[in-house]
Design a protein around this ligand. Sequence first.
Ligand code: ADP
Ligand code: MG
Length: 320
Amino acid sequence: MDEFELIDRYFARVGAARGDVVLGVGDDAALLRVPEGHELVACTDTLVDGRHFPRGTRGDDVGWRALAVNLSDIAAMGATPAWATLALTLPSVDEEWLEGFVSGFSQLALAHQVALVGGDTTKGPLTVSVQLLGYVPSGTALRRHGARVGDLVYVTGWPGDAAAGLALLEGRLAGQGASRGALEGKFRRPEPRVAFGARLRGVASACIDVSDGLAADLGRLAAASGVGAIIRAAELPLSRALFALAGEARAREFALGGGDDYELLFTVPPSARAALAAATGAAGAPACHCIGEIVAGRAVRVLGERGELPVPRGWDHFAT
Ligand code: ADP
Ligand code: MG
């Protein structure tokens, strides 16, 4: 199979058919129509084999993940995803793997009405780069910089589950049964909070998605806002499965430092609590917990029942 057959077979018709795609796969570039009164939102994330997912991960899980991590960035901006491009580097043409990849990618793309409109296919060590484009009403995007002293800090879902799932897959955590399945599933198939992110427009004062660890990502939000933050360890939502397999102390470590959650971490001024209740009460909204507050200063601190706890550092590819 040559490169063009490969593109035509696997990538020519992936995801949603959208009326705003003037020109998709097949020309030198795609042509897209951004709705009037909106800003274009663009993000990109790369997955490297053995670095962002374990070697030997099934194609469908890699395809899902490659789009999910980008959808999570779009969600954190409060934006609506629309168009994706895919730069795929493959060591060889493994049709079974490719079919799986396209099916995992398509499943999530269809769920979020995303069209694959272009890309690039090359040979080399397995690497997947997705660029995701979307839009947001002009001037309304969620940013990292708006948190103010006194704002409440919230997180969606169950942080730590995905990191524990990866630890199970890599043999750093032991456990069997339904809890194991639930945690591994959270790592294998993250569910980006796209609809909820859009509902946070006009409600959240700042927002970030949790990819490198809750404490570290709160540190980024705080730094961008020029404030500090406290997390109350007792308020961290720990899933039953995480608690069962890791125990309380280790569960908190996973929740604070684990990464790969793709949950939304955001701040809400006390005056917007009613608006938040409306957002969290909407059908399909994820669980959402207040875990702390914004304070003066620059530091992120974690308060336990008996004083301050160590703050885990986040994932950093270039840490020395
Ligand atoms: P060019 O050489 O002009 O850059 P390519 O041969 O790389 O064109 O790609 C041909 C067409 O197929 C382009 O429209 C490109 O966007 C699309 N394409 C290539 N690889 C992919 C892929 N992995 N996923 C989606 N579209 C792709
Ligand atoms: Mg090209």
